[in-house]
Design a protein around this ligand. Structure first.
Ligand SMILES: NC(=O)c1ccc[n+]([C@@H]2O[C@H](COP(=O)([O-])OP(=O)(O)OC[C@H]3O[C@@H](n4cnc5c(N)ncnc54)[C@H](O)[C@@H]3O)[C@@H](O)[C@H]2O)c1
Length: 368
């Protein structure tokens, strides 16, 4: 109905809390329902955002049948993304699903099919697109100031960053480790900044060196043995060729020996007219960029000062998702973009297993 705020809900209230902020502050939507099997989390967030007890659910299927939602954020552990997303789409509800879209290509394709048969929007939550410095890089690429971008180096590396509890180290529940958890963000940024060229080949390798020994794990003392299942990668590297001739090196680690507490996102786009480098140290928002070029035959280093204002990250992402539904503008990201990342990640795992390069043919971007 026009002018009515969208009725929004959230399933899974870990990072789901960050989605709540976006819904709460936006006039286009009203946060009316929350779901989590953890009743403490559920009631705390319900109280914080004024969601009354009748809007609080421990069963998402009950929530989908009773809460009359227009839009729901799926913020569950990875292995539940497909089930919950398809249930929501089949109930006629638009979905904003956390990354990675799904642990397998088959699940991601099923999610796209559900969106298609129900005529509902399926969006994937890539909050790092909503940083002011990243959006500046996008404008620089689009304006042609880098020339032809022929190489990207994209990495997220942590010194001590293995999630210490829960499902993240469990392959059955997470689908993978550092690669699928952190690598997916910088992979998406790479493809988004390049305009989603088709991927032709992928190769890669993974290792699991620290997690199984209980090392470099959040909340665990040095040398304390691992008590949780850990059967995923804690580090990975990939090499990706695109149909437009560009290539990318991707690295993701939850753990490595380096400067203590380092948590670094590094993105480097090399073009024929210039290189732009993004260095985000421990989630910093300022002094993250360098632009290298030549002027009159001499190397020049430019230090952009990006003004950070208004909502960033998840809050901006949720606002954009709402706007896309209300104003019928392109969604923040669609299922095809989510699928492309899952295809590349799966191909890196396949290459690591087989020791061979994997051929792919991802569909170029469905939206601008
Ligand atoms: N975009 C980002 O930067 C970002 C950051 C963190 C996590 N994530 C993604 O968000 C998802 C969730 O991660 P998290 O860190 O919030 O995990 P988490 O374990 O902190 O939270 C998951 C929540 O889901 C609840 N839950 C589990 N099974 C449920 C079920 N069947 N029904 C209802 N609730 C259920 C749990 O009780 C828990 O509160 C993952 O896919 C992860 O990759 C994204």
């Amino acid at each position: 109905m026009p002018n009515q705020p969208l009725r929004a809900g959230i399933i899974g209230l870990g990072v789901g809390k960050a989605h709540a902020k976006g819904y709460a502050g936006n006039h286009g939507a009203q946060l009316v329902a929350l779901c989590d099997t953890d009743e403490l989390r559920l009631n705390e967030l319900g109280a914080q955002y004024g969601v009354p007890p009748e809007g609080r659910f421990t069963d998402y299927k009950k929530m989908l049948s009773e809460a009359r939602l227009d839009l729901v954020s799926v913020c569950l552990p990875n292995f539940l993304h497909a089930d919950a997303t398809i249930a929501a789409l089949d109930a006629g509800v638009h979905v904003l699903c956390e990354k990675p879209m799904a642990p397998t290509v088959a699940q991601a394709q099923d999610m796209i099919a559900a969106a298609g048969r129900n005529g509902r929007q399926l969006m994937v939550a890539y909050n790092y697109r909503y940083r002011a410095d990243v959006r500046w890089i996008r404008r620089v690429v689009e304006s042609g100031q880098l020339g032809n971008v022929y190489h990207v180096y994209a990495a997220w590396r942590r010194e001590t960053g293995i999630p210490g509890s829960g499902w993240f180290g469990n392959k059955q529940m997470a689908g993978g480790g550092a690669l699928i958890d952190l690598g997916v963000h910088v992979l998406d940024l790479t493809m988004w900044l390049l305009g989603f060229p088709a991927v032709t080949t992928v190769s890669g390798d993974t290792h699991s060196l620290f997690g199984p020994r209980g090392l470099k794990t959040w909340g665990r003392r040095a040398g304390q043995p691992a008590t949780m299942t850990f059967d995923v990668d804690d580090g990975a590297v990939g090499f990706i060729r695109f149909a437009n001739g560009a290539n990318a090196v991707l690295e993701a680690t939850w753990a490595e020996h380096r400067q203590p507490k380092d948590d670094l996102i590094h993105l480097e786009l090399q073009g024929t007219n210039g290189t732009v480098v993004l260095n985000i140290a421990n989630y910093s928002l300022e002094d993250t960029l360098r632009f290298y070029t030549e002027i009159e035959g001499e190397p020049v280093t430019i230090i952009p000062t990006i003004r950070v204002s208004g909502p960033q990250g998840h809050e901006a992402l949720v606002i954009d998702a709402i706007r896309s539904l209300v104003e019928h503008t392109p969604p923040p990201s669609d299922g095809f973009q989510g699928l492309a990342a899952v295809q590349v990640l799966q191909a890196i795992y396949e290459s690591a297993r087989s020791g061979h390069e994997v051929e792919l043919n991802t569909q170029p971007n469905a939206i601008p």
